[in-house]
Design a protein. Sequence first.
Lengths: 116, 112
Amino acid sequence: GAGVSQSPSNKVTEKGKDVELRCDPISGHTALYWYRQSLGQGLEFLIYFQGNSAPDKSGLPSDRFSAERTGGSVSTLTIQRTQQEDSAVYLCASSLIPGSYRYGYTFGSGTRLTVV
Amino acid sequence: GENVEQHPSTLSVQEGDSAVIKCTYSDSASNYFPWYKQELGKRPQLIIDIRSNVGEKKDQRIAVTLNKTAKHFSLHITETQPEDSAVYFCAANKAAGNKLTFGGGTRVLVKP
């Protein structure tokens, strides 16, 4: 696609429910990243996929969070048993070459998650 | 791991004046430093970046400087305009294959 697509754009869920957030990166981009942005805050790294390598999960805040990337393309971030502190904008980004000097991240528009 | 500190957290300038945002990083192995602009309700977008083998880079009204010895880098916006109002994030990472670590962001308000 022309850009990084994320769905849904907004999600309101009840505390304790599971949610799935989807990211469709730019075609051909081998690296995919998930970040979380709480209201008025910075960008918190969650997880990073690069090709067929094992993902870097070092930013996942708890075992309620998991992510997968199928076929080296679409990624799904799953949050189980959601808590109110999970409310944030979840941003996905992709890059042609990881950490490339010529191609920075291209971000999606994000999914705004609200846990009530 | 890498830690990036960004200052100030908010910055208000008069239209036409300059704005400067400063970042420091902890990992001396970091060698790529991009800056992102995020307008209200929109996604962050890359506006300029610099590699460690360069001390300064300019693109029209924006410039970035890097001091590797002191481990800090700065964004300079000259002749600010209302459309420069946004949140700006600095970031750092090591060689290819690693993720970016972002600063906390600077909310810039340009007053007409």
